[in-house]
Ligand binder design. Structure first.
Ligand SMILES: *Cc1c(COP(=O)(O)O)cnc(C)c1O
Length: 407
């Protein structure tokens, strides 16, 4: 191979983005040093206010990770030990870890093959055919005999799940909806029911965001946040994240050490100002990929964005035949890619006790064999993107031709 350094395209480059902000970020650190307010509230409260406004939600409560954001949201919204919580099998394990850590058990429904998100028809089917009501009218899962109390739709890759029908079912069955918005900061959903665009983070009972460095909005470390319009949920989360304190040394319940520190909050305040333009850059790069990859029609399936969705492309995911070979060829040409996610959760070793089998969720399993995430970040240059596309075209065609010849 004659590829030189200049031919490399990283899957994700966070260095360039932070270099541009160096002055502003260092100023945050100086301010924290001067006041020694490392856990203190002013910087945190300022960020919580701006993030709530950004999401068009009434409250935002900073916590130490996206995983804890999900866990605290579930607990505060009323999920109890012994419950069942419905989610999808194609997500990062943090979604189901949070459900288990809240004392509940995850149960899966399959996804839509075009959006990769929870299929509302599958959810309806699950509620109608796999659940019953006990003699008190309480909904329970016939499989696990547990009460079903919540749904966790995941806005995967930065694309909103179809919230109207999900919310409708939640209303009908009186279920809590906690959105996993860890990949969807700034995404928007057009509610046909309410005839208006809504920001992700303002729809369900609460939504959880992660600020892991690689997310669309990332801290310089670990961080997360919950948004909600419900005052009681908000104040419960504030207690849970801070050792169950209503005020200092008055512990109403046992909680966690789950706070967001001021330094990260200050850094996130700086970066939040740039998020709309970063998301815009991601959308433009996605459009460019769609356009350029249309040339290998039928061989590469590009992302589908329904008319009711404004996705923020945390990941740009295509489907290809012979995915592993294509990925290996790209790696050899120094083009970074990823697979999100190679093994659906119901087939992970950690979840053998749930008793699922291969073929239980065909859409998700089929997708897992074909999906490939291409380089996507706001500072991805046009020439690097062209390099990715021409390598894709070359490799996909060569590998397809070889597969035909071998038949
Ligand atoms: C990143 C992520 C999480 C967890 O966030 P952390 O901040 O890493 O704890 C949860 N769900 C999804 C879908 C994610 O992508």
């Amino acid at each position: 191979m004659t590829n030189n350094q200049a031919g490399n395209v990283a899957f994700l480059d966070l260095v360039g983005l932070h270099e541009e902000l160096e002055k502003e970020l260092v100023a945050v650190f100086r301010k924290a040093l001067k006041t020694a307010g490392f856990i203190g509230w002013p910087m945190l409260e300022e960020f919580e206010r701006s993030f709530a406004a950004f999401c068009e939600a009434r409250f935002a409560i900073g916590v130490n990770s996206g995983t804890d954001a999900l866990r605290f949201a579930l607990m505060a919204a009323g999920v109890r030990k012994g419950d069942s919580v419905i989610t999808v099998p194609n997500t990062f394990i943090a979604t189901t870890e949070a459900i288990s850590q809240a004392g509940a058990r995850p149960e899966f429904v399959d996804v839509d093959e075009r959006t990769y998100n929870m299929d509302p028809d599958k959810l309806r089917e699950f509620l109608e055919q796999r659940c019953s009501r006990d003699r008190h009218g309480k909904l329970f899962s016939r499989n696990t005999r547990r009460p079903v109390t919540a749904i966790v739709p995941v806005h995967l890759y930065g694309q909103p799940a179809d919230m109207d029908p999900i919310q409708e079912l939640a209303d009908r069955y009186q279920l809590i909806v906690i959105e996993d918005a860890c990949q969807a900061h700034g995404a928007e959903y057009f509610s046909r029911r309410d005839q208006r665009w809504k920001k992700i983070g303002s729809i369900g009972n609460a939504a959880a965001f992660s600020f892991y460095p690689g997310k669309n909005l990332g801290a310089c470390g670990e961080a997360g946040i919950v948004t909600t319009n419900d005052e009681e949920t908000a104040s419960r989360i504030r207690m849970i994240r801070d050792h169950g304190q209503a005020k200092k040394y008055f512990h109403d319940v046992e909680g966690y050490n789950g706070r967001l520190d001021s330094l990260q909050a200050g850094i996130l305040s700086v970066k939040l100002q740039y998020l709309p333009s970063w998301n815009q850059s991601r959308r433009e790069r996605a459009r460019k990929y769609n356009e350029l990859l249309a040339g290998i029609e039928g061989k590469v399936i590009t992302p589908f964005e329904p008319s009711w969705s404004k996705a923020v492309y945390h990941l740009y995911v295509v489907q290809v035949e012979n995915r592993n070979e294509v990925q290996a060829a790209l790696a050899e040409q120094n083009i970074g890619t990823g697979i999100h996610y190679p093994i659906p959760l119901h087939l992970q070793k950690a979840y053998t006790h749930l008793g699922y089998r291969s073929c239980d969720f065909g859409v998700c399993e089929n997708g897992a064999r074909r999906i490939l995430s291409l380089p996507m970040f706001p500072t991805l240059s046009a020439s690097d993107q062209m390099r990715v596309v021409s390598a894709m075209v070359r490799n996909v065609q060569r590998i397809a031709a070889r597969a035909v010849a071998a038949d």
